[in-house]
Write a new protein. Structure first.
Length: 396
C-alpha cells in the first residue's frame, strides 16, 4: 500500500523529475560532443591491455610511458598525457572475452551488457511498486552515465556487481559473495565491502567473496604468470610516471581530498580531511549494516560512503551516487519524504554533471554525499526505534 501524495506535491515531484531528465539528456549530448574526437578513450586503454595479453607482450603492461605510446600509436589519440593501465591483472582476465571482438564492437558490447546488468541490479534493490522504467531512466539518463559511455569506462559493471551482490546476499550469500568478489577489480571502491559484511555478520558471503577474489588472482597467475602482479605492485608503490599521473588523476573526481585541494588546501590538509571522512564513512557503514536489514538504505549508505572513504575517485565513479540518490528518492515516494531529502537527492543526482576539476560548482558534491549518508542514517535510526509493522514493501 502506497501513501497518497498530494496533487501539489505530485506536480512538484514531476517537475523535478522532468528537469533532471532534461539536464541528463543535455549532459549526455554535451559529453558525447566534447569527447567526439576521443570517444571511448578509456576503452582504448582496456583494449590495448587485452591485445598485449593476446600477443604475449605483458612486459609493457605496467610501463606507463611505453604503454601510453602503444595506445597513442594504435589509436592516434591527441596528446592526452599519460593514460596508464592501473588495474590488477585479475581485471585483465575478466576483459579477455571482449578482446575477441574488433574495437568498436567490443566497446559496444562492454557498455551495453554493463548497462543492462546495472539496470537489473538497481531494479532489484529499490522499494517495489513503482514503474521499472523509472529506475532505468534515472540511471541511464544521468550525467555520470553519459561520462561512462563517452569514456568507455566500467562504472556500469561496478554498480552491477556491488548492488547486485549486496542485494543477493540475504537470499543467496554464496552467489552474492561471488559478485562482490569479482568487484575487487576496483579495490579503491571495495574498501567498505568487508566492513559491511562483517557488521551484518554475513560470514558466508564474506567467505564467498574472499574465495572468489583469491581464485581470481590464482587464475590470473595461471594465465599470465606472476610477473604482472609483481609489476603492478611495483608500479603502485613507486614514483615516476605513475606519481605524475596520480597528481592529476586524483583531482578528476569529487573525492573529499580533491575538493579540499581544489579549494586551495595543501595536499597534507587534503589527506587529513580525507582520513577523517574515511573514518566517518566506516562508522556509518558499520552502523547501518549492524542495526538495519533494509537493503535499499544499506546500499544508499554503502555507495555514498564508498566515495567519501577513498581519495581516488574519478568523475565516472559518481554513477554510484546516482544509484544512492535513486534508492533514497524511491524510498521517499513510498514512505514519505523527510525534511530536506528531496533537495539532497535532486542536487546530488544533478551534481554528477559537474566534475569539480572542470566546474567549481561540483565541489558541493562531497557535501551532498555526506548529507545523503546522514539522511539514510536518520531514516534507519527512525525505523529502528519503532516496533510496529510498516506498509512499506521491504527489499531486504
Amino acid at each position: 500500500m502506497q501513501p497518497a501524495i498530494a496533487p501539489s506535491e505530485r506536480r512538484r515531484l514531476m517537475l523535478i523529475v522532468g528537469l533532471c531528465g532534461a539536464l541528463g539528456v543535455a549532459a549526455g549530448a554535451f559529453y558525447v560532443a566534447a569527447f567526439a574526437a576521443t570517444f571511448g578513450q578509456d576503452w582504448t586503454v582496456f583494449f590495448t591491455a587485452v591485445r598485449l595479453a593476446f600477443d604475449g607482450h605483458l612486459a609493457n603492461l605496467y610501463d606507463v610511458d611505453r604503454f601510453t605510446a602503444l595506445v597513442d600509436a594504435r589509436f592516434g589519440l591527441p596528446a592526452l598525457g599519460p593514460h596508464p593501465w592501473l588495474y590488477p591483472p585479475s581485471y585483465l582476465l575478466l576483459l579477455l572475452p571482449f578482446g575477441l571482438l574488433p574495437f568498436a564492437a567490443s566497446l559496444g558490447a562492454f557498455l551495453v551488457l554493463g548497462a543492462v546488468a546495472a539496470v537489473v541490479a538497481v531494479q532489484s534493490a529499490v522499494v517495489r511498486g513503482w514503474p521499472r522504467w523509472f529506475d532505468a531512466a534515472a540511471l541511464l539518463l544521468s550525467p555520470a552515465a553519459a561520462l561512462t559511455v563517452a569514456l568507455g569506462q566500467n562504472s556500469f559493471w561496478t554498480v552491477a556487481l556491488l548492488v547486485g551482490g549486496f542485494r543477493l546476499v540475504p537470499a543467496s550469500p554464496v552467489l552474492g559473495g561471488i559478485l562482490l568478489g569479482l568487484a575487487t577489480y576496483k579495490p579503491q571502491l571495495w574498501l567498505l565491502v568487508p566492513v559491511a559484511l562483517v557488521a551484518a555478520r554475513r560470514w558466508t558471503a564474506l567467505a564467498s567473496a574472499a574465495v572468489t577474489a583469491i581464485l581470481l588472482v590464482a587464475a590470473s597467475v595461471a594465465v599470465f604468470g606472476l610477473a604482472p602482479w609483481q609489476h603492478w605492485i611495483a608500479l603502485l608503490s613507486g614514483g615516476g610516471a605513475y606519481a605524475r599521473w596520480t597528481t592529476v588523476g586524483e583531482l578528476r573526481g569529487q573525492s573529499v581530498y580533491a575538493c579540499v585541494v581544489l579549494l586551495g588546501g595543501s595536499r597534507t590538509v587534503g589527506l587529513l580531511v580525507q582520513a577523517l571522512a574515511a573514518a566517518a564513512a566506516v562508522g556509518a557503514v558499520w552502523w547501518i549494516h549492524r542495526r538495519m536489514r533494509e537493503t535499499d538504505l544499506q546500499l544508499v549508505v554503502l555507495l555514498a560512503a564508498t566515495l567519501l572513504a577513498t581519495p581516488h575517485v574519478m568523475d565516472y565513479d559518481a554513477l554510484l551516487l546516482v544509484v544512492a540518490a535513486t534508492l533514497l528518492f524511491e524510498r521517499g515516494l513510498v514512505d514519505g519524504f523527510r525534511s530536506g531529502e528531496i533537495a539532497i537527492v535532486t542536487l546530488l543526482w544533478l551534481s554528477t554533471a559537474f566534475p569539480p576539476v572542470l566546474f567549481r560548482v561540483g565541489l558541493i558534491g562531497s557535501v551532498l554525499t555526506a548529507l545523503i549518508v546522514a539522511a539514510a542514517l536518520r531514516r534507519g535510526g527512525y525505523s529502528n526505534r519503532i516496533c510496529t509493522s510498516s506498509p512499506i514493501t521491504r527489499t531486504g
